[in-house]
Write a protein that binds this ligand. Sequence first.
Ligand code: 3PG
Length: 308
Amino acid sequence: MSKKVLVATEKPFAPEAVTKIREIVEKAGYRLELLEKYTEKSALLKAVADADALIIRSDKADAEVLDASGQLKIVVRAGAGYDNIDCAKAKEKGIVAMNTPGQNSNAVAELVFAMMLYRARNFFTPKAGTELRGKTIGIHAYGNVGHYVAQIAKGFGMKILAFDPFVKRELMEKNGVTPVASVEELYEKADYVSLHLPKMKETLGFVNEALLKKMKRGAALVNTARKEVVDEDALQKVLAQRTDLSYLSDIAPDCAEALSAACPGRIYFTPKKMGAQTNEANVNAGVAAANQIVAFFEKGDTTYQVNK
Ligand code: 3PG
């Protein structure tokens, strides 16, 4: 029996991406099963039972899913953040977990600008807005997305600051980015703070009351990372006190309703996480995931393993 590669995407890839994934999988002599737009977890539990490989997006590969798999060897998150995979459980079961870093970063970076422009033009209402040119963007965490954000910001004529203690300042400077000495300085100086922190136990609620209070007058916080990196109680409190601040996020926080009611005209949430939802990003991440699976089975390649 040929290997089964299950693509389980509650939010489906673009059709072109699925076609390309299928080509790679079938060329390798494996078979592809597609589980799209599923509404019940039971559908995933059933489909994963005889899968050898699993490709997911933000779909949860938690302990229950991994336990439901009888012969799974590899799970690839077609994307960057792998907070949706229970990596410890996967390791315990001898399942390799991978992501596809960088493949959807440009799409996420472009959404940052879509949201900033939407805010700058007063949510497309006739009231006179502002321009991005000459404003300061503060990139909080300078990884793949942060890098693309800086590139695009240059074209807009923005001043670019970044804070990332894990990235060499020379790398930022080479890209025309000014590294700041502290995260506080970033929040004090930026007109737009763009979040690119991964969600991990060290970053939960990292954007706290003290940082939010440091934000420059009239500034906006743009979150295309994960809702959990922002402390929601602090967000509600500071936005209530500081009526000059805005919050734009690619996925609504748990307090969305209360926040929108309390801060009219200063809040925007995408209806469904859409940072990586472009044809190009879907093709890049989907193709990378399929190739990584083939390389793993055929050559034992574990380059992008995240649960070593
Ligand atoms: C990522 O971590 O790569 C992004 O959040 C994309 O998520 P998605 O594949 O669910 O759109």
